[in-house]
Ligand binder design. Structure first.
Ligand SMILES: Nc1ncnc2c1ncn2[C@@H]1O[C@H](COP(=O)(O)OP(=O)(O)OP(=O)(O)O)[C@@H](O)[C@H]1O
Ligand SMILES: [Mg+2]
Length: 597
């Protein structure tokens, strides 16, 4: 199989069948164009917490997990990259992606690299999480990139999560456990299949012998926080993205430039920003532009991507329960599937992660994104500090965030309802009904996508019988459905709150067309409203069985959740398209979680 080549590569490649083939694609632009910490150790054995004062990365030798065993890999990503599927179980491939780089063929690097980053929580700068209280010891504590290549025309980084300690480990073990690795692996590929920009999953290996202790819940515990320590197997999942640059990373360099912490601080910020542009925004930002124009275009495009991303998260019921700036990818895609959850019972305040706070709850994600965008612009501002007009334009972009977010949210809700324009009164009543009933978010919108003429089919998504619900709820549902049907019939004549030009560059949603048949409306809605979503109570049995060495359910969930819009078998429906069982409510690990590592 031949692949389209990038301009970066010299020769046409065939399918990548082996690690030797993979090595030929090595191309380390991050390490080659950015600065290494001058204090980095040549041998990469750099595991004690220490301050990293300058440079964009530290070279580190990953610590392999003992006796790695294959759990799963993403056949979809393998296919996208032209990787032979069999490679995932080849010993030399397993070695690399379970942390052993000692025998990699040249020109692959025998060292990985970890990056420092800063942290802002909901728009407030923090350094307390750094053990030195300076911010110089915070960053990739257990994530490290191990490979960069141009494959099939795409430049990609591959990053181990759980590959051992780095100078940023803050005294922790640098490991990820099987439970959290299964969650991240499955969620990443699910998100991709949902059509939401994300880092991808490559592979997942678990150690047959190495374990660590983690706080977790006793079975059936209703405690908010874990009530015991458990022993868990360590694992390494590898994620793949065009870059892993976070808003927090720009902030680290922005803060240093602002405070003139060292003579190269401004130059290092500029290098990182240019690198981000070349990695994530090459098509929208011409390299010949002035630095001010680049900064402003970057901010505009990041705002565009971030608002689309959050609208998509809400569309699919995803909550990033810890949407700090260090969990916000500067390329505008989803990153860090630890404190996440997919909403089951609809609740605008849904927050799966007990450490996250309500500011990161389901419907507050637009506001959280706005704070991350503010910190992004703050980090860029030293580069245009002497230019009042440009600074003002940057401020205008910050000021305009909420309007753009609102526009995209309205467009998203319209698409979920099969309408071409947002109808405020219809939506407000629906939100109230969904809360009061309450409904299952995924089931409700999927059932609605069949355009039911009465509310009976929708009852499949209701968490209680309407006779037990507040008086008049059934009539209100019926009235709501009638109004919705009438709008579907004549949506082309609706007044709109959203001007057409504002909607032009919005996200990937399917745009309804006025002259659609009902069948077409239904089809379009089914491409917007997934049938299957990766709720926590589906993940729990999968990682529990995996911890006993049985990976069947992990692989089955992967198969189902990578086709979330498709109608699947009755057996799949019975297992995965249903309400959350009443006994799972309020249970630690099933309804909420604290430790995500
Ligand atoms: N076991 C661990 N050992 C070392 N560092 C850790 C460990 N767990 C978390 N960290 C670090 O603590 C910080 C906050 O953790 P958080 O859970 O947000 O990130 P993460 O899930 O490890 O990583 P990422 O954001 O890369 O997906 C991160 O900088 C992370 O690297
Ligand atoms: Mg994180």
């Amino acid at each position: 199989m031949k692949h389209k080549m990038s301009q970066d590569t010299a020769a046409t490649i065939d399918t990548i069948n082996s690690v030797d083939d993979l090595a030929k694609q090595a191309n380390y632009s991050f390490m080659d164009t950015l600065n290494r910490d001058p204090d980095a150790k040549e041998n990469g054995i750099d595991y004690a917490p220490r301050q990293v004062f300058s440079g964009h990365y530290v070279t580190v030798k990953p610590t392999p997990i003992e006796n790695p065993e294959y759990v799963t890999h993403s056949s979809m990503l393998f296919a996208d990259l032209g990787f032979a599927d069999s490679m995932a179980q080849a010993p030399d491939f397993i070695n690399i992606f379970s942390g052993d780089l000692s025998n990699v063929p040249a020109p692959m690097s025998k060292l990985g690299w970890a990056c420092g980053y800063a942290l802002s929580i909901f728009g407030t700068e923090y350094i307390q999480q750094c053990p030195f209280k300076t911010g110089n010891g915070y960053g990739d504590g257990r994530a490290m990139a191990v490979f960069e290549a141009v494959i099939n025309g795409q430049r990609l980084e591959m990053q181990l999560k759980g590959g051992g300690r780095t100078p940023y480990c803050r005294g922790a073990d640098g490991r990820a456990v099987l439970r959290s690795s299964v969650r991240e692996f499955l969620a990443q590929e699910h998100m991709h299949a949902l059509g939401v920009p994300t880092s991808r999953s490559l592979s997942l290996y678990v150690s047959k012998t190495e374990t660590v202790m983690r706080p977790w819940y006793s079975e059936g515990s209703r405690s908010q926080d874990p009530d015991r320590m458990i022993t868990e197997a360590v694992a390494i999942s590898t994620r793949v993205a065009s870059s892993f640059i976070r808003v927090g990373q720009l902030e680290l360099f922005g803060r240093r430039a602002r405070k003139q912490e060292h003579p190269h601080a401004m130059a290092e910020l500029e290098q990182l920003v240019f690198h981000l542009i070349s990695r994530e925004y090459p098509d929208v930002i011409d390299s010949q532009l002035s630095i001010s124009d680049k900064v402003l275009l970057l901010a505009r495009e990041f705002r565009n991507r971030l608002t689309s991303l959050v609208a998509n998260w809400i569309r699919v019921g995803y909550c990033q329960g810890n949407f700090n700036s260090d969990n916000c990818a500067a390329g505008g895609f989803t990153l860090d599937y630890g404190p996440f959850g997919f909403c089951d019972v609809f609740d605008p305040q849904f927050q799966p992660w007990t450490g996250g706070g309500q500011h990161f709850a389901f419907f507050n994600q637009g506001a959280a994104a706005e704070r991350n965008f503010l910190m992004f612009c703050t980090a860029l501002s030293p580069l245009i500090a002497t230019k009042a007009d440009e600074l003002n334009q940057l401020q205008q972009l910050v000021n305009g965030f909420s309007t753009e977010m609102q526009t995209k949210m309205e467009q998203m809700w319209a698409a979920k309802l099969g309408l071409d324009t947002f109808h405020k009164a219809l939506f407000n009543e629906l939100e109230t009904l969904m809360i009061q009933t309450p409904v299952d978010y995924t089931l409700f919108f999927r059932e609605l996508s069949a355009l039911p003429v009465d509310i009976n089919p929708l009852k499949k998504s209701f968490y209680q019988d309407l006779e037990h619900a507040p008086q008049g709820l059934e009539q209100r549902w019926t009235a709501w459905l009638a109004l919705w049907h009438s709008l579907l019939d004549c949506s082309v004549h609706l007044d709109t709150d959203v001007s057409t030009d504002k909607r032009a560059d919005a996200n990937t949603l399917v745009k309804p067309h006025p002259s659609r048949t009902r069948e077409q409306i239904s089809q379009q809605m089914k491409l917007v409203n997934p049938k299957y979503s990766l709720r926590e109570w589906l993940l729990v049995p999968a990682y529990t069985q995996a911890s006993e060495g049985n990976y069947a359910l992990v692989r089955e969930l992967q198969a189902v959740m990578t086709h979330p819009y498709e109608e699947q078998s009755t057996q799949v429906d019975n297992q995965f398209y249903r309400l959350k069982a009443s006994e799972f409510f309020d249970i630690g690990g099933l309804s909420h979680l604290s430790c995500s590592s």
